[in-house]
Design a protein around this ligand. Structure first.
Ligand code: NAD
Length: 371
């Protein structure tokens, strides 16, 4: 049963991979009193999660025990989630809410409604992830400041939507409610199409490269940045393209027509049109950074020159660690602005950033704070 504060007491997970594991770890950190139960195909994963104190209990493939949950996260690929919904329908009571984390929403919503679970299902999509998969890659901060889209169907009560909204916010993510149709259109443009483009670029360079592999050798900076997502799970992207085919094809058609226009401008050496294209995209893209500067999206980061010698990153990380400053992200940036490459360090909050600036400045590192 839900507690009086609209929260949950017993939460179940079907699948404890990157996303399921990260949600479980986050809930363990943010709501330590919750009772967390999980099923995972490989039992060794749930054994590890129990040993780490991330979950309290594991169940087997019969899912017996899950009926005690007032919320169940389906964190397996969508095609796998559907048969689990059939099984859950047989065992859960009227108070249990189901949610998922899949990257496409219409298919699973249609299924939930078809089998009579429309009022018990709120689709979810944490817009966070990594190229890695599996429980061992999960973290308790993957969802920090990430959009977490919720797609309740028309049969779901307002109380249930509020409870789910509150739970997502309690994990440090940013809940955003939309319809499953809106979700699938939006993600086709900003997530699925970029992945298709990234795949086409990488495969094109692979095919164009000569026997000396010069392209592969000098592929750096920009090319690496815009193709990083190509390293994520091929199976997941196969599934996404099949589940959201109509929306992806619509934006792909628009994109191909745009490419033809750009080709024409380049071929005809139309200076005005080329400047218009690159100015428009720069203005729009720069406005994203302005959003990041607002309090909601603030990223606590600094850039610094890096001495080109072995162990220099480790030295900096150690200096921060001994001063109890936690690093959220660290990596080298190569771009035109910093031709030699600089180190970018992201922190969890303003006080960590301030402390890092004090520690690093005292050691005469050259920092760039307003980039
Ligand atoms: P993952 O590979 O890390 O975990 C998948 C989980 O599903 C594992 O626990 C695995 O054991 C289980 N599983 C797979 N096939 C199964 C089967 N046939 N029977 C039982 N269990 C099975 O993947 P993930 O990244 O956690 O992705 C899970 C879902 O999250 C996918 O639907 C994906 O679309 C969605 N998602 C992924 C990302 C991302 O960046 N990885 C981001 C947002 C949403």
């Amino acid at each position: 049963m839900m507690s009086q504060d609209q929260g949950f007491r017993n939460i179940g997970f079907i699948g404890l991979g990157l996303i399921g594991g990260s949600i479980a770890r986050t809930l363990r950190r943010t709501s330590p009193d919750l009772h967390l139960i999980a099923y995972n195909r490989s039992r060794s994963v749930t054994d590890t999660a129990i040993a780490e104190g991330v979950i309290d209990e594991a169940v087997d493939a019969s899912l017996a025990g899950m009926e005690t949950c007032d919320l169940i996260f389906l964190c397996v690929p969508v095609v796998t989630a559907l048969p689990f919904m059939d099984r859950l329908k047989e065992i859960i009571g009227p108070d249990t809410l189901l949610t998922d984390v899949g990257s496409v929403k219409n298919e699973i919503h249609d299924y939930a409604e078809r089998i009579g679970l429309g009022g018990a299902f709120i689709g979810g999509h944490p817009m966070a992830g990594s190229e890695k998969t599996g429980y061992m890659s999960s973290t308790d901060h993957l969802l920090d400041n990430a959009w977490y889209i919720l797609t309740p169907g028309s049969e779901v009560s307002v109380d249930r939507i509020s409870a789910m909204h509150a739970l997502v916010a309690s994990m440090g993510a940013l809940p955003l409610i939309m319809t499953s149709d809106e979700h699938d259109q939006v993600t086709a443009a900003i997530s699925h199409l970029p992945h298709v483009i990234s795949a086409s670029l990488v495969n094109l360079v692979h095919d164009l490269d000569g026997p000396e592999k010069y392209m592969r050798t000098v592929a750096a900076g920009g090319f690496r940045d815009i193709t990083r997502i190509s390293s994520s799970s091929p199976q997941m992207w196969q599934e996404i393209c099949m589940s959201n085919s109509r929306n992806i094809c619509r934006v792909l058609d628009a994109y191909m027509s745009r490419l033809i226009d750009y080709r024409l401008a380049i071929r005809s050496e139309d200076a005005d049109e080329l400047l218009r294209i690159f100015t428009a995209c720069k203005d729009y893209r720069d406005s994203f950074n302005a959003d990041i500067g607002s309090s909601l999206f603030r990223e606590y980061r600094l850039y610094m020159d890096l001495v080109d010698e072995a162990g220099s990153i480790a030295t900096i990380a150690t200096q921060l660690a001994v001063n109890n400053i936690s690093i959220k992200n660290i990596g080298i940036v190569h771009n035109r602005e910093y031709e030699q490459g600089v180190l970018r360090i992201v922190f969890y909050d303003q006080s960590s950033l301030d402390a890092a600036v004090r520690v690093l400045t005292a050691r005469n590192y050259h920092l760039y704070l307003n980039s």
